[in-house]
Design a protein around this ligand. Structure first.
Ligand SMILES: Cc1cc2nc3c(=O)[nH]c(=O)nc-3n(C[C@H](O)[C@H](O)[C@H](O)COP(=O)(O)OP(=O)(O)OC[C@H]3O[C@@H](n4cnc5c(N)ncnc54)[C@H](O)[C@@H]3O)c2cc1C
Length: 411
């Protein structure tokens, strides 16, 4: 019996188990998925939890609800990967051997990277919504917060869902307006980038919205430390920004196990072929989602598109054939802009987000890079799509793994 081992039962690990259990002969291939958690989080919901728009039970379900029949689930921490020996070591010291390994261990926050970030104000006036516990704690804080200086901050790139902190400031603007206390809150968006986003056309649209909502942007801020006494963040150039409430996105890093295994870069992301999604160093290791270092967004939509390509490539690899499927970096993200509206962006390695229609060229019904109520409904509907289609490996009608250039205005 051959062994396919999948590390991580988040978005990528689950979808790969779904795709490959359908394709691989049950008599010839055993599939095992390992994860230290028993809960699967719908991470896009972490954005809505602080504003009481989602309840915890909307965004957490048992991992085993999504592991397909015929796939073994091992609930354990992964202690190490020994790629030269084709083995993975679990917390109890047992080893799992593999013929093919898929690494889908995602990325996690590391507030310890910045001096003072996890100091005495952590959980008091310094929060993050990038974890389930963090989003819940921030919800409790916002329920009773009386206002002041709200600073929303990104430590360094790359981060998961790079638009999420922008969505947070837009939703905060709406939230405080609805509570009739917007004039009591001064909102500043602090970023290490030189503008609101990484791509020029989307940056222009998003900066326009920031201005319209009276949200100040502080670009090029390379944080050095958080001063818990003075309640300020300080950058390497000496700039100081005071806060009453700091909502930060700490450094995002690949899992510790990637560091231990020696397979990662300085942020524990695995050097991965951006087309085939095969490890650059180990031919029998494939990488999907946030764990890779491929130059596109770390987003669930990306994982979904990568999974279709990767499943085909693994089947070719098993047959000893050349892997012909190439991932193009396709990312598709809704951006909540508050007031029941959202933008939608669609881009890949070669094309930045522009205006146009999605998913059907010329027809839509969704409009790219333009605020609309329909886009907001699309973002809300995505939760249902995630639990009922994406994690079950079902195709989403009209949405293709490779980006469609038709219907987009590149001029
Ligand atoms: C606030 C926020 C908002 C977001 N919004 C969006 C959005 O609107 N749209 C979008 O497309 N994406 C969004 N994302 C990003 C999206 O959720 C991730 O990109 C996606 O889930 C990545 O999937 P993955 O499989 O790579 O990792 P994950 O889904 O994070 O799974 C990794 C799994 O590996 C396990 N694991 C890691 N290390 C170990 C170990 N040593 N031992 C055992 N198990 C281990 C973890 O427990 C976890 O279950 C958002 C993310 C956040 C944080």
């Amino acid at each position: 019996m051959k062994r396919l081992l999948i590390l991580g039962a988040g978005t990528g690990g689950t979808i790969m188990a779904q795709h490959l259990r359908k394709e691989l002969d049950k008599g010839k291939w055993n599939i095992t998925v390992v994860d230290e958690r028993t809960d699967h989080y719908y991470q896009p919901g972490f954005l809505f939890l602080p504003f009481d728009q989602y309840k915890p039970e909307d965004i957490v379900k048992p991992i085993t609800d999504f592991i397909p029949k015929g796939v073994d689930f091992v609930n354990s921490r992964i202690e190490n990967i020994l790629p030269e020996e084709h083995k993975v070591i679990l917390a109890d010291g047992n080893a799992l051997e593999y013929d093919i390994l898929i690494v889908a261990t995602g990325s996690e926050i590391s507030p310890e990277e910045i001096e003072g970030m996890k100091g005495k104000e952590w959980g008091e006036s310094v929060f993050t919504f990038y974890t389930f516990e963090g989003a819940k704690a921030l919800r409790d804080k916002l329920r009773n917060w009386k206002g002041g200086r709200l600073v929303v901050h990104i430590t360094e790139m790359p981060i998961k869902c790079p638009v999420a902190p922008l969505e947070f400031v837009f939703l905060a603007d709406s939230f405080f307006k609805e509570k009739n206390m917007r004039e009591k809150v001064d909102i500043t968006y602090v970023t290490p980038l030189s503008g609101a986003f990484t791509k020029p056309k989307a940056t222009a649209a998003l900066e326009y919205l920031l201005k319209e909502k009276n949200i100040r942007i502080e670009p090029d801020f390379a944080i050095e430390s958080v001063d818990n006494e003075a309640k300020t963040i300080i950058d390497y150039g000496g700039k100081i920004i005071p806060f009453d409430l700091l909502v930060t996105v700490p450094t995002n890093k690949g899992s510790d196990v990637i560091e231990k295994s020696g397979m990662g870069d300085e942020l524990n992301f695995i050097p991965t072929d951006k087309g085939t999604l095969q490890s650059k160093k180990y031919p029998d290791v494939f990488v999907i989602g946030d764990a890779t270092n491929v130059p596109t967004s770390k987003a669930g939509s990306v994982v979904h598109f990568e999974a279709e390509i990767l499943a085909e490539n693994i089947l070719s690899y098993i047959k000893g054939q050349k892997m012909t499927e190439e991932f193009d970096g396709h990312a598709n993200c809704f951006i909540e802009t508050g007031g029941g509206k959202a933008l939608l962006i669609d881009f890949n390695y070669d094309h930045e987000p522009v205006t146009g229609t999605f998913p059907i060229a010329g027809l839509g019904p969704l409009r790219l890079l333009k605020e609309s109520r329909f886009n907001h409904l699309g973002k809300l509907a995505f939760k249902w799509v995630y639990w009922n289609m994406l994690l079950k490996g079902r195709p989403i009608p009209f949405v293709t793994a490779r980006m469609n250039v038709a219907g987009k205005d590149y001029n």
